[in-house]
Design a protein around this ligand. Structure first.
Ligand SMILES: Cc1cc2nc3c(=O)[nH]c(=O)nc-3n(C[C@H](O)[C@H](O)[C@H](O)COP(=O)(O)OP(=O)(O)OC[C@H]3O[C@@H](n4cnc5c(N)ncnc54)[C@H](O)[C@@H]3O)c2cc1C
Ligand SMILES: *[C@@H]1O[C@H](CO)[C@@H](O)[C@H](O)[C@H]1NC(C)=O
Ligand SMILES: *[C@@H]1O[C@H](CO)[C@@H](O)[C@H](O)[C@H]1NC(C)=O
Length: 492
């Protein structure tokens, strides 16, 4: 093998870095695993097995001071760093979204402190949603968040946080009053309306670009007295699927109470030309008020769906939706091999009949024939009385306060194992363009940064809209050396 001088220099430099990194972390007494260690493979395996990144080290800091030490060392060595919360990033951004990054796995930041008199809580950033729901519920409190117990609050609260209580309580990030964090240069800081208010704005919508959150202080809500999870299941043809989406959207525009949230789950039908059309959601109002609330939707839909209503306590509903134990310490996290995209639809310009029909046709035909394991979720963000859309558009960096739906498109490889096939990308890209290419050229749709997508060319516009320039200013101020760097990082 011929080694050029520059290659030799680069090699010895990276060896020196590796030695410097290991020495630096070891002498600071920080737990870490390195390439070649027996725990390295497990520590560097992402949730989405479509990716296989090789971090320079996976560290496990225990205190904000240790986070600070690691970041200072990263800057000294001119290396990149990234935080990992629950590790559920769709594109493994919790592993830095590339090779050679110093990872700060936040799992030791697992405390949750509830202040019952103020109705607030301090949640350290290594917690997962299931454990948060369990702990808050012991104090009779709750927070809006997604359904999967293993999702980490670290990423979830940095980029959004949607669940069926979000029409009533907002997104997870809307509940944050203070972010305790460490800046790229190792400075331990607080961001709130009073302190570093510009950073407070940016951490709520684009957190990973500016700092490493060690804990968030949040407003919590009293657990609802009861909850009903509803499931209505139809098998529909193409025109009825197209119509059903419209019926759901129009239902949301009636005087819908905030205590109802839900989504349409679309899946492969039993035969070509059909779609499994399921509507699932939660009702958090008085138990006997549900049937009257859902009635206008059912009136617009074909008769005779399969109905499942599951009533119980609020915590029962969280457990039921998760479909797994809420205490995530009882078992390991799962994996998948997948590609996902999202589309946030503007309330002012509902999906056209043409777009809905092309979409339904794609699901019923190409979707039926594809060997991919896929689903589409049409999540209700807006409609009348939605707390998500009641937040002022510039209150925080989350850029979408006028959307009706966030549509998530998700395809796993057959058997959910790697490799992810090339035709899986084409399948999902064409599914999304069945909607966009049949919509007006200036259709002002967005995308959801928690359904992060490595193949979205205009992601700056779709995730952040008019907020992007302001985020760029924050990047320049708080991370001028680009220590936090990943495929969808805000760039100066
Ligand atoms: C099975 C599954 C179900 C999901 N369900 C929902 C749902 O119902 N609703 C919903 O809204 N979303 C949902 N999501 C998406 C989820 O919200 C995002 O994937 C989220 O970003 C994951 O956070 P994490 O901490 O687990 O991920 P990680 O991979 O650890 O982190 C994601 C990103 O956030 C950054 N980050 C993590 N921790 C910190 C920190 N402490 N400080 C600064 N930056 C940090 C990481 O660097 C990375 O860029 C789901 C995802 C999966 C895989
Ligand atoms: C609500 O409707 C379901 C059928 O969809 C029925 O089984 C249930 O008894 C009704 N509940 C009330 C409180 O009327
Ligand atoms: C660290 O960065 C912050 C934000 O840019 C800055 O205010 C502070 O002076 C920096 N601290 C050091 C020690 O450089």
């Amino acid at each position: 093998m011929l080694l050029t001088r520059s290659l030799l220099l680069a090699l010895s430099a990276s060896l020196a870095y590796a030695a410097g990194l290991k020495n630096g972390l070891t002498s600071a007494g920080i737990d870490a695993v390195f390439p070649g260690d027996s725990k390295y493979v497990t520590a560097s395996t992402p949730f989405n097995l479509r990716f296989d990144f090789k971090p320079a080290a996976v560290t496990f800091p225990k205190t904000p001071q240790e986070v600070s030490e690691i970041l200072k060392l990263s800057q000294e060595l001119n290396m990149k760093a990234a935080a990992r919360g629950g590790g559920h990033s769709y594109i493994a951004n919790g592993l830095g979204g590339g090779d050679g990054v110093i990872i700060l796995d936040m799992q030791n930041f697992d405390k949750i402190t509830v202040d019952s008199s103020k109705g607030t809580a301090v949640i350290e950033s290594g917690n997962r949603l299931g454990n948060i729901a369990l702990t808050l519920s012991q104090a009779g409190r709750a927070l809006p968040h997604g359904v999967c117990a293993y999702v980490g609050i670290g990423g979830h609260a940095s980029y959004g946080g949607f669940g069926f209580t979000s029409r009533m309580w907002g997104l997870t990030l809307d509940t944050i009053s203070t972010v305790n964090l460490v800046l790229a240069n190792g400075t331990i800081a607080r961001a709130s309306a009073q302190e570093n208010s510009d950073l407070f704005w940016g951490m709520r919508g684009s957190g990973g670009s500016f700092g490493i959150t060690t804990s968030i202080e949040v407003k919590t809500f009293p657990s609802p007295a009861s909850a009903t999870i509803f499931e209505y299941e139809w098998t529909l043809d193409i025109p009825s699927t197209a119509r059903g989406i419209d019926v759901f959207e129009k239902f949301a525009q009636t005087n819908l109470p905030p205590q109802i949230g839900g989504e349409i789950n679309l899946g492969r039908g039993p035969s070509k030309g059909t779609v499994a059309f399921h509507v699932t959601g939660g009702w958090y109002g008085a138990e006997d008020g549900f049937n009257a609330t859902i009635a206008p939707f059912l009136e617009g839909m074909p008769k005779g769906p399969k109905v499942t209503l599951t009533q119980g306590t609020y915590l029962n509903s969280v457990e039921y939706l998760a479909g797994e134990p809420l205490d995530t310490r009882t078992g390991p996290d799962g994996h998948d091999t997948f590609y996902a995209k999202s589309l946030m639809t503007p309330e002012s310009a509902p999906m056209s009949l043409e777009a809905r029909t092309a979409f339904a046709s794609y699901l019923a035909n190409e979707g039926f024939e594809s060997d991919m394991e896929w689903f589409v979720q049409v999540e209700l963000y807006g409609g009348k009385n939605s707390a998500i859309n009641a937040v002022a558009p510039d209150e925080n960096a989350f850029a979408h306060r006028t959307s009706t739906f966030t549509i998530q498109f998700y395809a796993s490889s057959p058997g959910k194992q790697p490799p992810f096939p090339d035709h899986g990308f084409t399948f999902l890209d064409d599914l999304v363009s069945s909607i966009t290419s049949n919509s007006p050229a200036d259709w002002d749709y967005g995308a959801y940064a928690n359904y992060i997508d490595d193949r979205l060319p205009d992601w700056q516009k779709r995730y952040y809209g008019t907020h992007y320039p302001r985020l760029q200013g924050l990047k320049d101020k708080y991370d001028p050396k680009d220590t936090f760097d990943f495929p969808t990082v805000v760039e100066e």
